[in-house]
Design a protein around this ligand. Structure first.
Ligand code: KIV
Length: 262
């Protein structure tokens, strides 16, 4: 049954919100029954397109992948990532969000940013577009994943992020995505905010959890942050299957009578 925004994001203090990324129709079919929220993340730049960062995913690429994912998702909610733009402009963010939202027919958007997003979120709420605000480590701020920095080691980090999260919640954010931050910061935000927090590299204290599917399934091996637990080793499973296929083709075992038209 199709999940509703309210039933998923009202789970705070009841049940965890389970989220994963997906960029394709087929993969979404596989995970759709098992998660609450699917994020069409701009992490696709790195794990699908082999880019050095997430910044080169543009609105057109995002719309195509988000539409394919949304088409396959019969049960889970689908959020898309608003792609990077060089210059901050509220008007531009709102216009692009509405366009991708309408074209992809997704259930909501995730936007990286801090309290500069307050008016954007207020406006999108009025337009009935749910927003997950992405705070802490924001990959769009970095030109390469090798430069990613865990949030929270500077003196005023806790004070600043709390101020931002309170403002984002007040403006109408549906949820806060907390990425790559010290445990005490994630725990404090989760305790203080009334909206749920979804963590990635932000400890077990968040109200929900998200991982990049390719990371947790062992399909993307170029980058392995500490917070990723690998639940499968799909790269080696795929390689073993292909080795068998190659061997059978070479040895005239496949195709055979069973797989041909006579
Ligand atoms: O782009 C993405 O997949 C994300 C997750 C890492 C949260 O932002």
């Amino acid at each position: 049954m199709k999940r509703k925004i309210k039933s998923v994001f009202n789970k705070k203090n009841k049940k965890k919100i389970i989220c994963l990324t997906s960029y394709s129709y087929n993969f979404t079919k596989i995970v759709d029954d098992l998660v609450d929220v699917i994020l069409v993340g701009d992490s696709m730049g790195m794990v699908l397109y082999g880019m050095d960062n997430t910044r080169d995913i543009n609105d057109e690429i995002m719309t195509r992948h988000a539409s394919a994912v949304k088409k396959a998702a019969k049960n889970s909610l689908v959020f898309f990532d608003l792609p990077y733009s060089k210059k901050f402009s509220e008007k531009n963010i709102i216009k692009r969000t509405i366009e991708i939202f309408n074209r992809s027919k997704c259930d909501g958007v995730k936007i990286e940013g801090n309290s500069e997003l307050v008016d954007v979120i207020r406006y999108l709420k009025k337009m009935n577009i749910p927003v997950i605000a992405h705070v802490g480590l924001q990959p769009q701020k970095f030109s390469s994943s090798s430069k990613f920095k865990i949030y929270g080691r500077k003196e005023n980090d806790l004070k600043n992020i709390l101020k931002d999260c309170i403002a984002l919640e007040k403006a109408g954010a549906t949820s806060l995505l907390l990425e790559g931050m010290l445990t005490n910061i994630a725990k404090t935000i989760t305790n203080i905010s009334k909206i749920p927090t979804i963590g990635i590299g932000a400890s077990e204290y968040c109200d929900g959890q998200i991982l990049v599917s390719e990371d947790m399934l062992g399909m993307f091996t170029e980058y392995h942050p500490k917070f990723v637990k690998k639940y499968a080793k799909l790269s080696s499973n795929i390689q073993n299957a292909i080795k068998k296929y190659r061997e059978e083709v070479n040895n005239y075992k496949f195709p055979n009578k069973k797989f041909r038209y006579d």
